[in-house]
Design a protein around this ligand. Structure first.
Ligand code: NOJ
Ligand code: CA
Length: 688
């Protein structure tokens, strides 16, 4: 990969006077202005319309005690960059990074120490990223951040898609309200199913935060490349619609311990007048560093089934003492057989190891050792059995929040995986982080997740993290970090309280997925969850066709077919879509999208001429008017359409679907009805 940076200092359209610096994006859609006046601030406009009003920048340090908000500009550099890079896996095979950059070197005023700080802004046609750099300097070696002063002053009382600000959980249901109506504590109080809450306050929300202005601008606030820093949450001042950064504290209240040279993550503002462009934005990925990993041939997108949902719906249990232990050799063989029959790559097995009698809520450190199977689980035998059938077991490391204990065992745990031909691990952090009471989103845990990813890479292991901090595009740098949960996933269909609403999956791509792939675990084919325990009243609030469409609309290189083999056996014709749908793509076309309402996406399979399309809707039914203009002009295709039957409805007939085949070309138009909380999935294969 060639990286070329053209320094165009003299020729840059930077206009500097009275300490004001302006920079436009390559296509001139986004304009950034940095002003060093009473205080240092930035503002952003999109096609001439203000998006961010003048907003503060800076930090309060506690050791040494300093407020960094007033500066003298020492020097300014600018450059532009335009290149294409190839992700190892992803939604597209090539990503263009086209931006302009400005670096402002500052010295803090009103302090004898005169601290040096650099501000780096990158301006893209779909937004802005900026970060702080603390260069190496005699006056600042080790320091502690008490507060980040960054603000995002919104220009109006936008509609927002938000979850409550919480240092430990991001598994909330989304709320859609005006900024003035954000009520995070009240919203969180409606969520008894979230076990560990560390709420920040009534006006605090999490990123990625999606907003829509009254005049149709889509604005998304988040961060990129979260490394050695706490995550950023946002606290809103309703009087002036201004968000302030709220860094996650450690166990004693400090935010970050740093040593120069140090960098903050990028603060990101995606802005566009088309909702579809939020979903196709590569701004966050582009702000992450290319991977340094040389040997990456072992990293593979994949699909899996697992000993999992049957525990969540009460057919089996994780622990042995319950007498309905799911992960017995016999049971797991059935999953291996099913996976082999339908050519899945992996079989996840939860509850294979000792400790589950005692794992939840009692905050003991040494519950799991990650290497000792239950006596009824024949790890060697199953490894051989899976191997013979061309399937791999997927490892499960639930830490129950004992992250330090996990670090002690990590080498042995990954060695055990190597010895048993396992290449993928699902990690988990249910509960409080012990022993110190760090938060899931604090600097210590951010570093922990990275240590796990790096250790896993040393053992050639791919990772799917559950209950981690929100992703920030680090899968570019660490491509073995295939997916994370970090939001409300399909398991919440089983939660008695708010559960998963019909609109939830139309919001996720605009929020959580802006940071990276999610292990949502779609594919539920049985809708009443009282299959094994009659007292359960929960139902899955979608149609079956929508469950299929989610494999296209919720991008991940790691997708689970979440339901039980016996539930798939009843609808093997529909299951065929899950069998065939790829997890790696050359091209992605966001055909239509509106947060909270609907999403339609077409994707071209990696190194193949076949396309797959997914369309979903919220609680409202919808008419799809598809134009297949994205297909190759010279080719003919066979489309297999998996759609809602005429009488399908998530409440009354979720399993009513139809499968139709049609010959199509790039000129074809398809009209397809989506039921209430329905969907449609189409495979479009080239006819030769
Ligand atoms: C929560 C995870 O999200 C879920 O997938 C898993 O089954 C349980 N923890 C147990 O580890
Ligand atoms: Ca979870």
């Amino acid at each position: 990969m060639i990286r070329f940076v053209i320094a165009v200092l003299a020729a840059m359209p930077i206009w500097a006077s009275a300490q004001q610096f302006k920079l436009s994006s390559p296509g001139r859609k986004v304009e950034l202005t940095i002003t060093n006046g009473d205080f240092l601030s930035y503002r952003v406009a999109y096609k001439g319309t203000p998006v961010v009003r003048p907003s503060q920048l800076g930090f309060v340090l506690s050791k040494p005690a300093l407020t960094l908000s007033h500066y003298t500009v020492v020097s300014v550099d600018s450059s532009s960059y335009n290149d294409v890079w190839k992700p190892l896996w992803g939604e597209v095979s090539e990503v263009r990074d086209h931006h302009k950059e400005i670096v402002i070197r500052l010295r803090s005023q009103a302090d004898s120490r005169s601290i040096m700080l650099n501000l780096v802004f990158r301006v893209f046609d779909d937004g802005v990223g900026f970060r702080y750099e603390f260069p190496e300097q005699p006056a600042l070696k080790h320091f502690v951040i008490q507060e980040e002063l960054t603000q995002f002053a919104m220009v109006g009382n936008h509609q927002a898609f938000w979850i409550p600000g919480d240092y430990d959980s991001n598994e909330y249901a989304y709320n859609t309200t005006l900024l003035s109506d954000i009520n995070a504590i009240a919203a969180a109080n409606k969520e008894p199913d979230i076990a560990v809450k560390s709420l920040i306050g009534e006006n605090a929300v999490q990123t990625p935060l999606m907003m829509k202005s009254a005049d149709g601008l889509y604005v998304n606030l988040h961060e990129a490349a979260l490394i050695n820093f706490p995550a950023m949450h946002l606290v809103l001042n309703k009087a002036n619609t201004t968000f302030s950064a709220q860094l996650v504290p450690d166990a004693v209240g400090n935010k970050a311990y740093l040593q120069t040279p140090a960098k903050s993550p990028w603060r990101t503002i995606i802005v566009t007048d088309k909702a579809t462009e939020v979903l196709s934005s590569k701004l966050i990925l582009n702000l992450n560093e290319p991977t340094q990993m040389k040997d990456v041939g072992w990293i593979k997108p994949q699909k899996f089934v697992g000993m999992w949902w049957e525990m969540h719906v009460g057919k089996a249990s994780w622990d042995l003492a319950s007498k309905k232990h799911g992960a017995s050799t016999e049971n797991v063989k059935k999953y291996i057989d099913f996976a082999a029959r339908h050519r899945f790559d992996g079989v996840l097995v939860e509850g294979w190891n000792q400790g589950w009698e005692d794992w939840f809520g009692n905050w003991k450190e040494n519950v799991f050792d990650f290497v000792t199977p239950y006596p009824d689980y024949d790890l060697d035998g199953l490894t051989k059995y899976a191997n013979e059938k061309g399937v791999r077991l997927i490892m499960h490391h639930e830490t129950s929040g004992a992250a330090t204990n996990y670090e002690r065992w990590m080498d042995k745990a990954f060695q055990l995986m190597n010895d048993h031909d396992m290449t993928t691990v699902k990690t988990g952090y249910v509960g409080k982080i012990i022993p110190r009471g760090e938060h899931h989103d604090g600097q210590w845990m951010v570093n922990h997740y990275q240590r796990v990813i790096e250790k896993a890479a040393a053992y050639r292991v791919m990772v799917d993290s559950h209950e981690p901090v929100h992703p920030t595009g680090l899968h570019r740098t660490f491509p073995n970090w295939l997916a994370s949960e970090a939001a409300r996933g399909s398991e919440f269909n089983n939660a008695p309280a708010l559960g998963i609403t019909p609109e939830h999956t139309t919001i996720l791509p605009f929020t959580r997925l802006v940071g990276g792939p999610m292990d949502f675990t779609p594919g539920l084919f049985h809708f009443k969850l009282n299959q094994f325990e009659a007292s359960r009243t929960q139902v899955v609030r979608t149609t079956l066709a929508k469950q299929l469409a989610l494999y296209v609309t919720l991008y991940s290189p790691l997708q689970m077919a979440a339901d039980l083999p016996e539930n798939y056996e009843k609808h093997l014709d529909a299951f065929q879509f899950i069998v065939e749908v790829p997890v790696d793509w050359d091209e992605t076309k966001i055909l239509e999208a509106e947060p909270g309402d609907f999403i339609t996406i077409a994707r071209k399979a990696k190194n193949k001429s076949d396309w797959y399309l997914g369309a979903i809707t919220d609680e409202n039914s919808r008419e799809l008017d598809l134009q297949l203009g994205f297909l190759d002009k010279d080719k003919k295709y066979e489309a297999t359409i998996y759609r809602d039957a005429e009488d399908a409805d998530w409440q009354t007939k979720p399993e009513a679907f139809k499968i139709e085949k049609k010959i199509v070309t790039s000129k074809s138009k398809l009209k397809i009805g989506l039921a209430k909380s329905g969907g449609c999935a189409i495979s479009i294969k080239e006819l030769r």
